[in-house]
Structure formats: structure tokens, C-alpha cells
Design a protein around this ligand. Structure first.
Ligand SMILES: *[C@@H]1O[C@H](CO)[C@@H](O)[C@H](O)[C@H]1NC(C)=O
Ligand SMILES: *[C@@H]1O[C@H](CO)[C@@H](O)[C@H](O)[C@H]1NC(C)=O
Ligand SMILES: *[C@@H]1O[C@H](CO)[C@@H](O)[C@H](O)[C@H]1NC(C)=O
Length: 195
């Protein structure tokens, strides 16, 4: 009896050694996730995270033949706050408040009127930059925009290219809003952490 126990114990120890050394394929649940592996940060050359700031102007043109904002969802019953309206945008981003100033990229995405109590938007857009070394890089802004507030803060939730691993926030301030046409120029002050 003692001998059997001894043999069993020996086999158990041997099995543990073999499986932990990888000689025996293990089918435990947590080993099913080995399509993910950890990398050293050096592989992606991630040295020091830096903070960048830039101020750009966002031109939402809803009127005229060259509109950059198109209403794509129109609720059958529109309330005073426009709840349910969705507009797709491809808005120019410029260095100065004039549309004729240097173009730095485009804001592509959509905004949706998402409040029943006030004029409030859900903004979901990529700032796709086209200038200099930032050409081809993007940041993604996703947030809540109560358009008649003086300053609206929205998170930067990611980025690509030079803005990989981006996080941060933007502060939007209306520069001009044309009540007649609905066209708006908004200053975006962007604070972005990235590598
Ligand atoms: C639309 O854009 C074209 C080309 O840039 C320009 O010539 C035209 O004047 C613009 N039209 C309006 C209504 O802004
Ligand atoms: C639209 O709104 C009006 C006024 O509030 C209401 O009487 C009507 O029932 C609504 N129609 C629909 C389809 O919800
Ligand atoms: C940005 O990149 C695109 C595609 O690579 C290129 O066609 C374009 O000329 C570049 N723009 C600037 C301003 O460098």
C-alpha cells in the first residue's frame, strides 16, 4: 500500500516537472490564450511619453453647395432640442479661424443630438492630419458637447501614426456661429499625451 502511494507521488511530481517545463502539452484553460504575448516596450521604441498641445479651427459648413456636414438621420418628430438628428461631417481643420488659413487636416465622423433637455451632441470624430510630419496621423475624439456652453471638454481616446497610444482631451470654444445658416467655426484646443 505504502509502495503504491510512493509510486503515485513520484508520478505526480514527475508530471508536474514535465508540464511546467513545457515537455508535456498542457490543455488547461489559461493556456488557451497564448495567441497573446507580452513585448518589451523597446520593441516599439516607446521611450518617453510627451505632451503636445495644438490649437486648430473646425469648420462645420451646413449651408451652400460646399457643405461639409450632411444630415443623415432625421427623426420624424423633431423636438426643440433636435434629439435624434445625426450629421456626418468631413470638416476642414485650419491653423487660423479663417477657412482660407493653412489647412492642417480634416475632422471626419459624425455628431448626434443626444439630449432631450438641451442642445447637446455626442461627437465621434477622427482628426486626420495632413500637414508635415503629422500627415497621415490621426487622433480620435469621442465626447459630449453642450454646444451653447462656453467651453466643452471632450476626451481624446486614441490615435494613430505619430499619435499612437494617444490620450488626452480637447476644449472646444465656439468662435463664430451663424444663426442664419447654421455654419459654425469652433476653436479646438487639444492636449495630447503620446510617444
Ligand atoms: C465651392 O467650392 C468651389 C471650389 O473650391 C468654389 O469655387 C465655390 O465658390 C464654392 N461655392 C460656395 C457656394 O461656397
Ligand atoms: C409628434 O409630436 C406631436 C406633438 O408633440 C404629437 O402630437 C404626435 O403624436 C407626435 N407624433 C409621433 C409619430 O410621435
Ligand atoms: C500627405 O500624404 C499623402 C499620402 O501619402 C500625399 O499624397 C500628400 O501629398 C501629403 N501631403 C502633404 C502636405 O505632405
Amino acid at each position: 500500500m505504502d509502495r503504491i502511494l510512493l509510486v503515485l507521488a513520484f508520478e505526480f511530481i514527475l508530471l508536474s516537472i514535465l508540464s511546467s517545463s513545457g515537455l508535456i502539452q498542457c490543455t488547461r484553460e489559461d493556456d488557451d490564450h497564448d495567441f497573446v504575448r507580452s513585448l518589451d516596450r523597446g520593441v516599439l521604441d516607446l521611450k518617453k511619453e510627451k505632451l503636445s498641445h495644438f490649437r486648430i479651427y473646425w469648420h462645420d459648413i451646413v449651408s451652400g453647395r460646399n457643405a461639409t456636414s450632411v444630415r443623415v438621420v432625421q427623426p420624424s418628430n423633431i423636438s426643440a432640442t433636435g434629439f435624434g438628428i445625426i450629421s456626418m461631417i468631413d470638416d476642414p481643420l485650419t491653423e487660423g479661424p479663417q477657412l482660407s488659413s493653412k489647412m492642417v487636416g480634416r475632422a471626419q465622423g459624425f455628431y448626434a443630438l443626444s439630449s432631450q433637455e438641451e442642445i447637446g451632441l455626442l461627437m465621434s470624430m477622427n482628426f486626420a492630419f495632413t500637414q508635415g510630419k503629422y500627415n497621415g496621423s490621426t487622433i480620435t475624439v469621442l465626447g459630449r458637447n453642450i454646444v451653447f456652453n462656453k467651453v466643452r471638454e471632450m476626451p481624446v481616446i486614441g490615435g494613430s501614426g505619430l499619435f499612437r497610444f494617444a490620450r488626452g482631451y480637447v476644449q472646444a470654444r465656439t468662435h463664430t456661429f451663424n444663426l442664419k445658416t447654421g455654419d459654425a467655426i469652433v476653436e479646438y484646443s487639444c492636449y495630447v499625451l503620446h510617444y
